[in-house]
Every structure is written in C-alpha cells, then in structure tokens.
Write a protein that binds this ligand. Structure first.
Ligand code: ATP
Ligand code: MG
Length: 653
C-alpha cells in the first residue's frame, strides 16, 4: 500500500442494479440513457449554449451579456448584467395561465391543521409582506434573518425578501440563542422574522424568547416581526414597543401590489450556514440568476416534475435542501409542494405515511437518517397506509447504506418507484450527482452520474485520475456558491486551491466501471488501519447490513501498531439487546466482511448518535469523545444531550 499517494481503498461490494420501470421512462422528461448521454455531451461541449437555453425558459427583465465570466476565477460570474427576480419567476410567471389557481403550497401543522395557498394567493401574501418589509426600511442588499418553524410564512418571508432584493439568512428554528447571535452578527441583519412558538412533538418551542436572548448584543437588529403560531402560548411573548410587531397586525390592510425589483444576476440572494458536520459553520453566499437557473432545471429533471405531482421534500427550510427543493426549484416549476411543520413520529410513527396517503403524494424526498429511523421503527407503520400514489423517491444528506436503500425501495416504493440518490452541498446550490429517474439504472448506495453541465472526477491528492480518491468538480456551474460571507480568501483557499481550476468539495469518492460515483464520506473521516485507508461511510454500511443494527458511526483512533483502529458507535433496531455477545458478533461481522485487519477495537452501543440538525452523523464529536478531548463546536447539534450521554457512557466503559 503506497502511503505517499494516500490512496483510498473500497470495501463495499454492491452489485445490485435497478432499471427504471418502463412506464416511468415513457412519461419522463429524460426518458432514456441515450437521451441523457446526448444532452450531457451537449452540455459539456457547449456549456454556454446549454445554460443559455435553460435560462431562456425563465423570465429576465434584461438579457445577460455573457453567460459565464471566468476572467477573475474562482470568482466566476453567471449571466453577466442580466436582470431578473426569482420571486417573479416563482410566482408572477405562473399567474397568466390556469396555474394561478393551482395549489402552490399545501401545508399541514403538527396538530393536523391545514392551509392551502394557490399560486395567486401565495403571490398576494408575498406582495403584502414585501410591502411590510419595505415600510420597515428593508430594501436591496439588506440582510434579514428568518427564524421560523415550517409554516407558510417561512416561504412567504423568503420570497418577500427576494422580491425586494433583500438577502435572507434562514436559521433553523431550534438552534440556540448562541447560534442565532453568531449568524445575525456575522451578516449584520437589520430585521428578524420569528414566531411566538413552533410545535415539535406536541410541545411549543418559545422562538421569540430565544430571539430576544440572542439579539441582546446585536445592535444591528432594528425590528422583529412575530408570527402568531403558539396559540395559547404558555410562554409570555414580550413585545418591545416600536421594535417588535405581530405579523398579522402589521400586514393588516397592506396593499397586495408590489412589483418585483429587477435584480442583477450576481446580486446576493441568500446566505446560508453549512451544517457544521466538519467544523464551525461557514456563511455560504448564493446569488440570483445562476442559482435560479440551476435549481429550476435540476428540480425539473431530477424529480421529473409534472403538473399533476404532489411533491414533498421533508427537509427543513433551515437547510439548503429546503431552500433549493422546497422553495425555489419546485416553485419556479409551478409544482404543488407539501410542507409539514412537525416531527415524523407525532402523534405516532406512521405520521409521514398517513400524510402521503391523505395528500396523495407522488414524489417524496428525504434523508438517509430519516430512512434508518423508519426502518428502526418497523414496517408496520408504513404498511398501515396506502402509498400507491408515490411514483418517485429521493434521498440526500449522506451516503445511503445499501440496506436502507433496499428497504426504501421495497417497503415505501413497493419496488415500483425509482430512487434518486442526490449528492450535493450547501455550496453547490443544487444537485450535482444524481440518477435521472426515467433514464439511469440505479445501484443502491451510488449517486450515479453527473447532472447536465457538471464535469466530475475522482482524483488523487496530486490531481491524477484515480479509481478511489477525492471527488472533484472540474468546472464552474451556475448554482455554485459565490463566496463565504466576509471572507473571500477563505473561499478561494477552502474550495479552489487543491488543484488548479477545480472545485474541492471535501468528500471521498470512487468511480466504478460504469462511471458511477460512490461517495465514501468526508476526506476528514477516512480512517487508516494498518495501512488501509477506508472511508467511514462504507464501514458503516457494512454494519447496517447486520440484522440488529439500525445505525453506525465509525471513527479511527490512534493505535500503536495499526496506526489507527476502529471505534464503532452502534445504535440497535427496536427490541434488540445491547449485550457483550452481540458486540463480539459485530466485531466478527466486520472481520468476516472486510478482513481481520479491520476488526473493531471497540463497539459502543448508543441509543442515538450525535447528529447535526440536518441529520448527519457528527464523527468529529465521536472522535473528540474517543480521544478524551473537549467537544468542538456543538451549536449545530440536533440534541446536545445525546453527545453528553455518549461521552459519559464512553468514559464509564
Ligand atoms: P460543514 O461543511 O460545515 O462541515 P456539511 O458539509 O455537513 O457541513 P452540508 O452542505 O449540509 O453541510 O452537507 C453537504 C455534505 O453532505 C456533502 O459534502 C456530503 O458529504 C454529504 N452528502 C450530501 N448528499 C449526499 C449523498 N447523496 N451521498 C453522500 N453524501 C452526501
Ligand atoms: Mg461541507
């Protein structure tokens, strides 16, 4: 094993293949592999004409001079001097046709309350709220922080900001006061939009109180707008005279006419902080034109959106997936989007499937972590409901363990629905590697092939093509980030300095004989055992193949002889006992499936693993625990108790 080239080995042998059902392909936007190959080739050979033709499907107030400006790379510009407005393209563009009376949003609260907004109604709401923001002095370039539960006002707020050219920064409702303070100060937000409360598992989170605490030291914040959601709120919501306004009061009687401001293609649209899986979150900048074009076309082709679809992406809008594939991508396509406020296990573990049945959901997009929870809870929950409306399933956020993929395919999709495993990042703005459901044969655990216009590669540290190594994106694309807020050097350094002219996403990958990509996890997470460099995602998938295991988090810690050895945090399926003998069995399982060299040093059973708000396992915290270090940045943890308990358990073991 050559240490210098730092080659990554792969251990997962997955050779099952699933072809798109014929009936699906027949009606699909991209109906065959030939069609994909033809269009892909075109998009790579003549990217300017490809991207211009996509951009022409949308409305521009002024046409661009140049599709791509590369002279100041990596500070690329797209659709230079074009003027548009993404809120206009999500709303106004659909109002002249029958689409105006089509449902844009079907919303369901945790308690079961429902609201439907047609495109015309959503347009009115957005215009009215944009007028409110204007009245409070918000205009082009001003930053607005949004800390709302998953209610329609969250979508309305983002679109109202976009309408005026204000920059939104959505903060996941559930983040602490500290996380809000960091984000508000970083971008000097002038206004915060929040709610008195948000529902989660039958309880109310006192969002406004958390905002009050957060902004004590934020002189930049001039106003707070508060959506009433807590109903018989148990937490007194203090409203500061002249600074705070109830949403329903301030919007009352306001005009529903508000022209969308023509925005420069490169004007900032939003800021969003990454999940913080590998470290402190970064404030990622996205701009208007390129992001709009990219989310529009990826949503259309990857989800094969059709007029009659009811599309449900379960991601919170506080995460990039919610931005691109709940709000902007689907709405620019005039889709009907289902939005749900609460937890998947409230009032019971069948909630999602009940909603799929009731709303006749056709497209369902979620994360591997959620799928593993569903598996853990048992098949009886989905089996209680009629899921026959579903025609397409999707996943994003982490590599999906092949076992979880198969379960998703059979138990949810009944073997009938293609699965799109979509690889992308906050930074990429939209989906980069993905099957196209009517064209691509899928392999469980592989994000398959690049989207149109995306040139990907697997490279060694030195930039040579490798079978397994580091994922690279070899040219700019319209949806790409334009920087890290307030730190352009860090942008260049983090993403564009590993290999000349190529984007470095930080993930390990392998490419198989069919050219399919398999994400091996973060480069930071690669373990080195007795000279074998292995991505943790594969090791975890081998654990998940075991009938007792629901979820696994694997890390390497220093070992005198092997260099590193494996410490494995395992959460079991419901009803399984965490015994000494099961720990031994799991060690043998790895030894048998991968090789004796990989035999885990330690198995730690855990009720839950530390995860980010977007559901990713935080291996850096597992490493901190295992090496007895103080815990690193924990502001993006979903549940701080999990890591504290695990730390205690580890120290006792
Ligand atoms: P930070 O950059 O602050 O550490 P983060 O990378 O977790 O946070 P996101 O932008 O939400 O923040 O996550 C993007 C990452 O998620 C990708 O780099 C990749 O590691 C992982 N990922 C997303 N989708 C997939 C997928 N389909 N397959 C494998 N990995 C995926
Ligand atoms: Mg990242």
């Amino acid at each position: 094993m050559d240490q210098r080239t730092k080659k990554i080995e792969t251990v997962l042998a997955e050779d099952r293949q699933f072809h798109p059902p014929e009936a699906f392909s027949r009606q699909a936007h991209i109906p065959s592999m030939e069609e994909y190959a033809k269009l892909y080739k075109k998009s790579i050979h003549n990217p300017v004409s490809f991207w211009e033709s996509v951009a022409n499907e949308l409305v521009w107030f002024q046409k661009w001079d140049k599709a791509l400006e590369e002279s100041e790379a990596p500070f690329y510009k797209w659709f230079v001097n074009g003027k548009t407005n993404i809120s206009y393209n999500c709303l106004d563009r659909h109002l002249d046709s029958a689409l105006r009376n089509k449902a844009a949003i079907i919303w369901e609260g945790e308690a079961g309350d429902q609201r439907t907004l047609t495109y015309s109604q959503l347009h009115k709401q957005v215009c009215r709220f944009a007028n409110v923001l204007k009245k409070l002095g918000i205009g082009r370039g001003d930053r607005v922080a949004i800390y709302l539960p998953m209610v329609p006002e969250l979508v309305i707020s983002t679109l109202a900001c976009a309408r005026l050219g204000a920059v939104h920064s959505v903060i996941f409702a559930g983040f602490s006061a500290e996380a809000i303070r960091d984000r508000v100060l970083d971008c000097e937000a002038k206004l915060v939009i929040t709610a008195d409360g948000g529902w989660r598992r039958g309880n109310i989170l006192p969002l406004k109180n958390i905002v009050d605490e957060a902004i004590q030291d934020c002189a930049c914040v001039k106003h707070i707008i508060v959506v009433k959601r807590g109903e018989n709120d148990p937490f007194p919501c203090h409203m500061k005279e002249g600074r705070d306004y109830w949403y329903h009061d301030i919007i009352d009687g306001v005009s529903a006419e508000c022209a969308a401001v023509p925005m420069d293609s490169e004007a900032m649209l939003f800021l969003l902080y990454t999940s913080g899986t590998t470290g402190k979150p970064k404030g990622i900048i996205h701009t208007t034109g390129g992001y709009m074009v990219y989310t529009y076309i990826t949503a259309k082709y990857v989800f094969d959106l059709k007029p009659q679809d009811v599309y449900w992406c379960t991601a919170d809008i506080g995460w990039v997936t919610g931005h691109s594939y709940t709000v902007y991508g689907p709405l620019t396509n005039a889709a009907t989007v289902l939005i749900y406020e609460g937890a998947p296990n409230w009032p019971d573990k069948g909630r999602f499937w009940k909603m799929v049945e009731e709303h006749a959901v056709t497209i369902f997009y979620t994360a591997p972590t959620a799928i593993r929870s569903f598996m853990k809870w048992g098949d009886e929950w989905p089996n209680k409901y009629n899921l026959s409306s579903l025609r397409l399933l999707g996943t994003v956020g982490e590599s999906i363990n092949p076992e979880a993929w198969i379960w998703y395919h059979q138990t949810i999709g009944k073997g009938r629905c293609p699965i799109v495993d979509t690889w992308w990042q906050t930074e990429t703005g939209g989906i980069m590697l993905t099957p196209l459901p009517g064209a691509t044969s899928t392999k469980p655990g592989s994000a398959t092939l690049p989207f149109f216009g995306i040139e990907a590669a697997v490279l060694s540290e030195e930039g040579k093509e490798a079978e397994a190594g580091i994922l690279a994106i070899c040219r700019p694309w319209p949806g790409m980030l334009r920087g890290i807020y307030g730190d352009s050097q860090r942008y260049k350094q983090t993403y564009w300095s590993k290999w000349p002219g190529k984007y470095f996403p930080g993930d390990g990958a392998k490419k198989d004989k069919d050219g399919y990509y398999w994400i091996l996890g973060r480069i930071d997470d690669v373990v080195n055992i007795a000279g074998h460099r292995i991505g943790t995602a594969e090791l975890e998938s081998v654990f998940v193949e075991h009938e007792s295991v629901a979820e696994a988090g694997v890390i390497g810690i220093d070992h005198e002889i092997k260099g590193q050895c494996l410490v494995c945090f395992i959460s079991l399926k419901e009803g399984r006992q965490a015994t000494e003998s099961l720990a031994e069995e799991l060690k043998e399982w790895i030894a048998k499936k991968i090789g004796r060299f990989a035999m885990p040093e330690k198995i730690i059973f855990a009720a839950d693993l530390p995860k980010t708000r977007s559901g990713k396992i935080m291996r850096r915290l597992l490493r901190d625990i295992a090496s007895g270090r103080a815990l690193g940045n924990v502001t993006t943890l979903a549940d701080a108790n999990v890591v504290e308990q695990l730390k205690k358990k580890y120290e006792e073991d």
